[in-house]
Design a binder for this molecule. Structure first.
Ligand SMILES: [Zn+2]
Length: 206
């Protein structure tokens, strides 16, 4: 008798928890866009690349802030997040901003990572857009483990998710080109995101 009651109570608690979770999950309104500055606010672990003159996190922050600002100006709801992903993040488009580093300077360049095929077409559109400006090398998609298995893929429920390496911060030639264009690159990315959401906005010049 006692065991039977206990089993019943456990079952009831499980059912109530499940229903509660489903209701809670349904009540979280997904934002259209999540923009992450890679490594931001990390003090240990993977704190990002360091070049001769610049730190990756500083550039990630500048670009991510500007992307969020531009999207907000276009009336697109956006959540700007650091490396630590808030619980239960849901979105249509997630973008994480990074700059690559290389042991031998200037061996790297721009690249894209994504978790699955859903993001493939978006990746191609971004590549086409950025390649028409970025005058340095380009790697194939998911060319590193970090791009292929990015930790936030599992933490953000996104319809499309791109990790963007926007250039190599350890290559002086690239930083000379990148540094004065960071905000313009952000506008280009905001434009790509807005277009992906079906919003018509003016194409920025780089
Ligand atoms: Zn990075």
């Amino acid at each position: 008798m006692h065991t039977k009651n206990l089993a019943g109570v456990i079952f009831a608690v499980l059912i109530i928890s499940l229903v509660g979770f489903i209701l809670y999950w349904g009540s979280i309104k997904p934002v259209s866009v999540i923009v992450q500055a890679g490594h931001e606010e990390r003090v240990k672990g993977n704190t990002g690349a360091t070049g001769f003159h610049y730190k990756e996190t500083e550039w990630n922050t500048i670009v991510a802030d500007e992307v969020a600002k531009q999207l907000t100006e276009w009336n697109i709801d956006v959540k700007r997040i650091p490396a630590k992903v808030p619980k239960f993040s849901r979105t249509k488009i997630a973008v994480s901003i990074h700059f690559d580093s290389a042991k031998k300077p200037c061996r790297s360049g721009a690249s894209i990572g994504y978790p699955n095929k859903n993001s493939y077409d978006f990746a191609r559109r971004w590549e086409k857009l950025y390649r028409s400006h970025f005058p340095f090398g380009w790697h194939e998609d998911n060319f590193t483990k970090n791009l292929k298995n990015y930790y936030a893929y599992k933490k953000i429920d996104a319809e499309k998710f791109l990790i963007l390496e926007l250039g190599e911060i350890t290559c002086e030639k690239q930083t000379v080109w990148l540094q004065p264009r960071l905000k313009k690159i952000a506008h280009l990315l905001a434009y790509a995101i807005a277009s992906e959401l079906g919003k018509e906005v003016a194409k920025p010049k780089l």
